[in-house]
Write a protein that binds this ligand. Sequence first.
Ligand SMILES: [Ca+2]
Length: 408
Amino acid sequence: MKRKTKALPLLLTVLFVAFYAHCGRDHSSAGDAGEPQVHRTVVMSGLSNPWDLAFAQDEAMLFTEKCRGLSVRLPDGTVRFLFGSAGALLEADDFFCQGQSGMLGVAVDPAFAQNRFVYVFMASKADGMKTNRVVRLTLDEAYTAVFDRTDLIADIPYKQSLNRWGLAGAHSGGRLRFSPFDGYLYVATGDNHDGPLPQDLSRLGGKVLRVDRDGHAAPGNNTPAGGDPRIFTYGHRNVQGIAFRPGTGRPFACEHGPGHNDEVTPLVPGGNGGWDPSPMPGVSCMNGYCGYISNNPEGKPTPMTDLARFPNALRPSWNNHGDSEGMGPCVFLEGPRWKAWEGRLAVGFLRGARIELLHLDVNDMTMKASVIPDLPRQRMRSLVLGLDGALYVAIDKGEIWRLESAAR
Ligand SMILES: [Ca+2]
């Protein structure tokens, strides 16, 4: 009996402490509900397949339309057609669009205020040869003239013709981003439905390239011996997004998968993403591309990261197991206005028609993913943080949105 009466106060104390600990958790999760409320405004509409956008330091917004070219929207709302098809301030006779290709990525030089350099990723048929190119342009102070076109990288492979797997121009990659950490330009490319391309270190498809503002290989790429020194990582399928993690500067690639999943991958210099759709000995795949059907005897799908064949391949941080939904752009949310979402990786989807937010651990692996709620279901083509801290989204059907966060 005595022991029981002594145990009762102890039990009550334990319950009391547990109760308040529980209340504390509730309270702090209400604080987490510092999850922002998102206000959406349509900044532009009526565009033709907007593909990417970038902000200059004066808040001018440069944007591409796949089959038209590069334009700018000035802070006062004035829009000028800068570069590309007929009617641009600088026309490009070699520019064309076909399938997934055309005028894709755009980036503004970190020293734009001084050098006025802007970069685009475009399909070109110069010299009778279809390629993807990274082209540098110079803009005047008032955005009324474009000059000094310089083709920095002219040998990014292009899918020349229709085959069993899709249209010409498929899997071109196309995103351009300067790292705010190292100042170099990262260029995302695709595998062109060309089986051997991603693991071929002499060609630039199925890669992430890292170059300086003149298109030369950046130091520290750690390209495997004999490889093209502009290659930063290889063994990719179709990289559509590049983002740099705040605090560490680690680059992340976001890429389209082949039907069974898309992938987000933290990159290291010289890394192999582990994608190899080339036919294995004794296996025949239509058009020499085994990216959709098996190239192994067990009949398993070709893995986005083949750890059996490439045990040191870059480990993905996240994949959407079981489906490929056209993972496209990605960007880290920065700034206290994003509240609980600050530091999360926003990943846009085309067919999936949503934006996922990935919550990463210190090792860059995804702990949990959630969706930005209450957005219209649209194909998300580009995600960029504005100078105002808002998230700008290019929508395939022709709009640019501004998503602003405010605490609930
Ligand atoms: Ca991979």
